[in-house]
Design a protein around this ligand. Structure first.
Ligand SMILES: Cc1cc2nc3c(=O)[nH]c(=O)nc-3n(C[C@H](O)[C@H](O)[C@H](O)COP(=O)(O)OP(=O)(O)OC[C@H]3O[C@@H](n4cnc5c(N)ncnc54)[C@H](O)[C@@H]3O)c2cc1C
Length: 404
């Protein structure tokens, strides 16, 4: 039988994970990434529940654990850095704001890419500019920005929340549900005062500052704020820095330190949103990971969804012709995604209060929750911290089967 071929667009988490599982089933895999090399930026991401089970089946759970950021829990602090409440890291697959498996995004990406490098063709610095998907026996003909024209049996778009290729396939769908929340991620030098806790200061007027440990001797900082203005993520670096300086000028605790680092620190600025697509497939093309069903960093579930989606899509593609495989992929993943995308009521506003009263209420709730495990169990704080990471029964797919 002819070897089936797939083009995967995006070399972060979902794309390489799909390549891994299709390689294991005898497919010929090509991954195209618009950046010139593997992107190392990004901060702590969680691998939870079914995502963790997929990592286990990939044989990378130990590698993830070895690259753990070492974060031991979450601590909320006031403007002077005094602790308001502390929560230990999750002791199960899904409990806690700090998950049991926490790793820097770039390191997880590297771990998966390293396990696919021998079999997968990686093309960096290129991207899809046109797709001709007649959905017949000939497959999808793809034109690349670099000029190449190639045909694949299946194309999978794993380009993240702001995917451009997705707009070519679903031109009439408004894919992104904006949450009116921006996050600047920075890497700053570690000092003797830093701890192994994820420390979080809610500063009022919808703003927060956080510091997290990493396993590289630096500290991962965020400056996050609510805003009704759309498109700030499209500004250049100078524009973003100006807005951050203005927005956080009167914020205490670590804000002055993070602002002082803005000129030199690696900076990744993101408009937080969710991908809400009525369908994830069209013809011979499928969406995967954040491009299909980003649940947002607030949920802590996007990476687990990406790993699980890659596992399911590969298993189905290897066992069925693409139409059946895509229908089964949608049916299996949709309930899991729906659960993960249900953010707690009022999120992200409730954790980033705008007014003094809201801030005072939040701090009181945190104090109570932090001092009493019983109060934590049933409450909203618990809901924030416990995403539904297990809400899917993972099928067992046989390896080296091709029924394309
Ligand atoms: C640089 C970066 C930093 C991140 N930092 C964090 C973080 O700190 N915290 C957090 O919770 N989540 C972060 N994320 C998101 C997180 O990685 C995802 O939510 C999750 O892991 C699912 O990943 P994904 O592979 O579906 O999408 P993503 O991780 O978004 O990866 C998409 C990939 O596709 C590439 N791409 C985009 N457009 C094209 C195109 N047209 N052609 C080819 N390639 C394209 C991108 O460069 C990227 O490599 C970050 C993502 C990136 C890319």
């Amino acid at each position: 039988m002819r070897t089936p071929t797939v083009l995967i667009s995006g070399a972060s988490i979902a794309g390489p994970a799909l390549a891994y599982w299709l390689n294991a089933r005898g497919w010929q895999t090509t991954v195209v990434e618009r950046f010139e090399g593997l992107r190392e930026d990004g901060q702590n991401i969680d691998v939870r529940g079914a995502g963790r089970e997929v990592a286990r089946r990939m044989g990378i759970e130990d590698a993830i654990r070895a690259a753990s950021t070492g974060e031991t829990g979450t601590e909320f602090v006031d403007a002077a850095g005094r602790p308001l409440a502390r929560f230990a890291a999750g002791t199960s697959d899904s409990g806690g704001a700090t998950a049991e498996l926490e790793i820097l995004r770039g390191q997880l990406s590297r771990i998966i890419v390293d396990r696919t490098h021998d079999e997968t063709e990686y093309v960096f610095g290129d991207r899809i500019v046109a797709l001709d998907d007649a959905d017949d026996e000939d497959g999808v003909t793809v034109t690349f920005a670099g000029g190449a024209i190639r045909t694949f049996d299946v194309v999978v778009v794993a380009e993240g929340l702001r995917s451009r290729t997705r707009s070519m396939i679903f031109p009439d769908t408004d894919a992104v549900r904006e949450l009116g929340f921006y996050v600047a991620y920075l890497t700053i030098p570690r000092t003797d005062d830093d701890t192994d806790l994820w420390r979080w200061h809610s500063a009022g007027r919808g703003r927060s500052v956080t510091l997290r440990p990493d396993n590289l001797g630096t500290v991962r900082a965020t400056l996050a704020f609510l805003s009704d203005v759309r498109g700030l993520d499209e500004l250049d670096r100078d524009g973003i820095v100006t807005i951050l300086r203005r927005t956080f000028a009167d914020v205490g605790w670590a804000a002055p330190r993070v602002l002082a680092a803005l000129d030199d620190a690696p900076l990744y600025f993101d408009a937080v949103g969710q991908a809400r697509m009525p369908s994830w497939t069209s013809g011979r093309v499928a969406l995967l990971g954040d491009a299909a069903y980003c649940s947002s960093p607030i949920s802590g579930m996007s990476t687990s969804l990406a790993l699980t989606g890659a596992y399911v899509l590969a298993g189905e593609l290897a066992a069925h012709p693409h139409r059946t495989a895509f229908a089964r992929y949608e049916a299996l993943m949709r309930p899991y995604v729906d659960q993960a995308q249900k953010l707690p009521p009022g999120t992200p506003r409730i954790a980033n209060p705008r007014g003094r009263a809201g801030l005072a209420t939040m701090n009181t709730v945190l104090r109570i929750a932090g001092s009493s495990p019983a109060a934590r169990l049933g409450g909203l704080v618990s809901r924030w911290f416990t995403p539904p990471a297990d809400a899917i029964e993972l099928p067992a797919y046989p390896l080296r089967e091709t029924a394309h």
